[in-house]
Design a protein around this ligand. Structure first.
Ligand SMILES: Nc1ncnc2c1ncn2[C@@H]1O[C@H](COP(=O)(O)OP(=O)(O)OP(=O)(O)O)[C@@H](O)[C@H]1O
Ligand SMILES: [Mg+2]
Length: 159
């Protein structure tokens, strides 16, 4: 099977004037082509940090991040990132907005999709419906995706 993402022993330490925060410690994992992976954790465990590092927006202290066989050094078009705080037209409902955001992210035809809490703004019922939709779009398009969520139910639903 073809490896799309390989992360080896990465750590991330944030420094501010007040404190130092160890957000990730010694994290390693691999994602293969066609995988749809959910990482489920409570708030503050480092989900957004992982996606920022994979997408090249943030540099980790150790740089052992391989995407499509190349080390990640900056952002590139093979990675589509659907952000946690999404800006969508006011006229759309939350559910429609999330569908539009996914389609916008898919439009650049990325090899790897990073989905950061795509359902957190939605009410429970809409969340399940949108999770289902997104799951079937990803499977139909044979996309490789990493999804971060705090909600174990939608995490399972997409798989
Ligand atoms: N820019 C930053 N500067 C300093 N600390 C940060 C920064 N970004 C994140 N952190 C800290 O790093 C840790 C991980 O944060 P991160 O946002 O990656 O978690 P998360 O799992 O995405 O949380 P959430 O579920 O709330 O989105 C937290 O303790 C957070 O306070
Ligand atoms: Mg986050």
């Amino acid at each position: 099977m073809e490896k799309i993402v390989e992360i080896k022993n990465i750590s991330m330490n944030y420094h501010t004037l007040e404190r130092e925060t160890l957000a990730l410690k010694d994290l390693s994992f691999k994602v293969y082509k066609g995988d749809i992976v959910s990482i489920v954790s409570p708030s503050g465990c480092g989900k957004s940090t992982i996606l920022s590092i994979i997408s090249g927006l943030l540099k980790s202290s150790s740089r052992k991040i391989i995407v499509n066989g190349e080390p990640v050094s900056s952002t590139n078009k093979t990675i589509g990132y659907m952000f946690q705080k999404d800006h969508y037209p006011r006229q759309l409902s939350g559910g429609m907005g999330q569908r539009v955001a996914l389609i916008r992210t898919l439009a650049i035809e990325p090899e790897l999709l990073l989905l950061n809490e795509p359902f957190s703004v939605l009410d429970y019922q809409t969340r399940l419906a949108v999770a289902n939709d997104i799951g079937s779009i990803l499977k139909k398009e044979k996309k490789t995706a990493i999804m971060m969520t705090r909600d174990i139910k939608t995490g399972k639903f997409v798989i």
